[in-house]
Design a protein around this ligand. Structure first.
Ligand SMILES: *Cc1c(COP(=O)(O)O)cnc(C)c1O
Length: 335
């Protein structure tokens, strides 16, 4: 199928490698595990968010905006990527961060500060109760200053951001044909749903023949099923001229596993840290405790339980997150 994409900036280092991790595959048993190295989409801009932001920021520039507002947790990879890209593009960036104002300046927050992003901190409670109001307030503030503002939602997960992982599926299609593999499952950590949504649509559009799974790192399966479906509906509505009328969004299956969330967002149990250490030692693969550590750990556990036994190859999308490892250094048992 010929797919037309909306305007896109060329920001990410793509295509990223797809590599087999045979030492881990052997230890675990089951299908051969391939890792799509989206932790290599850049250095300070590494991870999955840059793929979505190629489309979101293209829209912001098309609309003549000079200021970007976005939001997330104190150690948000999405906010860090947005802040660095804004500096690269000469845009002003204002981050609405959820967490204590006296958070240590390290990891992602250090980079946010270094590239000169404006930062406003809100407590979890304030943020949960009135994040829309807070964003409106700042939009109005910049508007009054004569700036043109563009607001990007959490994780850039919306109808625009979905394009990032739809495009990544075109890349995966090439990877699979070059390596002559036909993976039956694609697995990633899911946090704001946009990666999963893009993969779900893209896998169908490009006929990858793989089932897409989101490994929840915060909310439960129902939350993600609704969120992903909402994003897909918005995508369909906003881009209907680009999408074949015969493409049936309603029949897309949204698969979520929510057994590996642990105590909550950005909080991981010792078994997650053990998996992070194992992946680092056996394969030199650096995972993080917020997203990829949980996603990868969940995938290995599901392999052991036989969930993916119907196929020879599976793909884990390494969505990045390395800077989120540093603030949690104490839990790695290295000191
Ligand atoms: C944001 C993020 C995810 C989750 O992606 P969503 O599209 O928000 O679901 C996974 N891994 C890392 C490292 C992330 O930063």
């Amino acid at each position: 199928m010929e797919i037309s994409f909306p305007p896109r900036l060329s920001l990410a280092q793509t295509p990223t490698p797809l590599i087999a991790i045979d030492r881990i595959s052997e230890v675990v048993g089951g299908p051969r595990i391939w890792v799509k190295r989206d932790d290599m989409t850049g250095s300070a801009v590494s991870g999955n968010k840059i793929r979505k932001l190629e489309f979101s920021l293209a829209k912001a520039l098309d609309e003549g905006c000079d200021t970007i507002i976005t939001c997330g947790g104190v150690q948000s990879n999405h906010c860090r990527t947005t802040a660095v890209l804004c500096a690269q593009l000469g845009l002003k960036c204002h981050l609405i961060l959820r967490g204590p104002e006296d958070s240590e300046i390290e990891g992602n927050l250090l980079l946010d500060r270094l590239v000169g992003a404006e930062i406003s901190f809100y407590t979890n409670r304030e943020y949960q109760q009135k994040s829309d109001e807070i964003i409106q307030h700042w939009m109005q503030h910049y508007h009054e200053q004569g700036s043109k503002v563009f607001s990007i939602p959490v994780g850039a997960s919306d109808g625009i951001g979905l394009w990032g992982y739809i495009a990544a599926c075109e890349e995966l299609k090439d990877d699979f044909s070059q390596l002559n593999i036909q993976p039956g499952h694609i697995i990633s950590a899911t946090g704001s749903g946009g990666t999963q949504g893009g993969l779900t649509v893209g896998s169908e559009l490009f006929q990858l023949g793989a089932k897409v799974w989101g490994m929840a790192v915060c909310d439960d399966a129902n939350y993600f099923i609704n969120k992903v479906k909402q994003d897909i509906a918005q995508w369909r509505q906003w881009y209907s001229p680009l999408i074949s009328p015969s493409f049936d969004c309603d029949s897309l299956c949204v698969n979520v596993i929510d057994d590996y969330i642990g105590p909550g967002y950005a909080q991981a149990t010792p078994d997650i840290f053990a998996t992070i250490s194992m992946a680092a030692r056996l394969e030199g693969l650096i995972l993080d405790p917020v997203y990829t550590g949980k996603g990868f750990h969940g995938m290995l556990d599901q392999i052991r339980q036989g969930r993916f036994d119907d196929t020879n190859d599976i793909v884990f999308v390494h969505t990045g997150g390395i800077f989120g490892l540093f603030p949690q250094r104490d839990q790695l048992g290295l000191s």
